[in-house]
Ligand binder design. Structure first.
Ligand SMILES: Nc1nc2c(c(=O)[nH]1)N[C@H]1C(S)=C(S)[C@@H](COP(=O)(O)O)O[C@H]1N2
Ligand SMILES: [Mo]
Length: 242
C-alpha cells in the first residue's frame, strides 16, 4: 500500500480512537453520577413548587414566584466583552485528566446538540421554549475526563463573572455551551459567541461570554454566590438566597 494511504488510514483510525474514548468516558461519567443526578431536586423533588402543567422533567412549567415574559431582558454586570472568533478560546482545566484549550474550530468540531428549554431568571421572569444549539457540558466533560476528586465546576466569563455549579447539575443533558438560539448566532448582549445555559437552575448559573470551566474538588462561591445568592439555585424550591 502506498505511504499516503497508510498515513490517511492512520489518521482516520486516530479520529475513531478519539471518538471512542469520548464515548467510553461519557458512559463512565454517567455511571459515576447516575445516583446523584437521580437524587437531584429537578428529578427527585416530591413537592416542586410552581404553577401550570408539568414540563418534560415533571416540574410545573412556571416555578414558584416566576412570571412569564415574551421579551428577553438583558441582565449582567454591564460590560459586554467583544471577542473575535479568531481570538476566542475555551479553557477546561482543574481536576481533570486531560485539560484542553479549545479554539473556535475545535469547539465547532465537537458533537453539536439542539435542545428547546426554559429560562428562569432569579429576578422573577421566565422565558419558555427557547431553541438552543451548542455543545453539551456532558460532551465537554467526556473530553477532559474529570478526576474522581471532582465535585463542582467554576465557570468564568470574559467579563470577569464567575459562577459555581455541582457536577450532577452540570451533566444534565440540557446544560449546553450555546452559540445559537432561534437559528441565529447568539447576540453579544446575551453572551455571544458562547454562553452556558442551565435550564433546571436559575439562569445566573449560566455564564455569558464563557471562557473557562475549572473542575474543583470542593465547592467554591462565584460572583453572586459570594453576595448572598444560593449555591444550588433550584427554581422549584424558591432557592434564591443562602
Ligand atoms: N458572564 C456573565 N454571565 C452572566 C451574567 C453576567 O453578569 N455575566 N449574569 C447572569 C444573570 S444574573 C442572568 S439572569 C443571565 C441573563 O442572561 P440574559 O442577559 O441573556 O438574559 O445571565 C447570567 N450570566
Ligand atoms: Mo439573573
Amino acid at each position: 500500500m502506498c505511504l499516503i494511504n497508510t498515513i490517511y488510514l492512520r489518521k482516520i483510525q486516530n479520529v475513531e480512537d478519539k471518538l471512542e474514548k469520548i464515548v467510553a468516558s461519557r458512559m463512565r461519567l454517567k455511571a459515576r453520577f447516575e445516583e446523584k443526578i437521580k437524587n437531584s431536586p429537578s428529578i427527585a423533588d416530591e413537592k416542586p413548587m410552581g404553577q401550570g402543567d408539568l414540563n418534560r422533567h415533571g416540574m410545573p412549567i412556571i416555578p414558584v414566584g416566576q412570571t412569564l415574559t415574551e421579551k428577553w431582558p438583558v441582565l449582567d454586570l454591564g460590560y459586554h466583552p467583544k471577542i473575535e472568533l479568531k481570538n476566542w478560546r475555551l479553557k477546561i482545566d482543574g481536576e481533570v485528566e486531560n485539560p484542553v484549550l479549545l479554539t473556535w474550530e475545535d469547539f465547532m468540531n465537537l458533537p453539536q446538540t439542539e435542545d428547546t428549554s426554559d429560562f428562569h431568571c432569579v429576578t422573577t421572569w421566565s422565558k419558555l421554549n427557547m431553541p438552543w444549539k451548542g455543545v453539551s457540558l456532558m460532551d465537554l466533560a467526556a473530553l477532559v475526563q474529570p478526576k474522581d476528586s471532582a465535585t463542582h465546576i467554576m465557570c468564568y466569563g470574559y467579563d470577569t463573572y464567575t459562577t459555581n455549579v455541582s457536577i450532577e447539575e452540570a451533566l444534565k443533558p440540557d446544560v449546553l455551551l450555546a452559540h445559537t438560539v432561534y437559528d441565529e448566532p447568539l447576540a453579544l448582549e446575551h453572551g455571544g459567541p458562547v454562553r452556558m445555559i442551565t435550564p433546571q437552575l436559575y439562569a445566573w448559573k449560566g455564564s455569558k461570554w464563557i471562557k473557562r470551566i475549572e473542575f474543583l474538588d470542593k465547592n467554591k462561591r462565584g460572583f453572586w454566590e459570594e453576595r448572598g445568592y444560593s449555591n444550588t439555585a433550584y427554581p422549584w424550591r424558591n432557592d434564591r438566597y443562602s
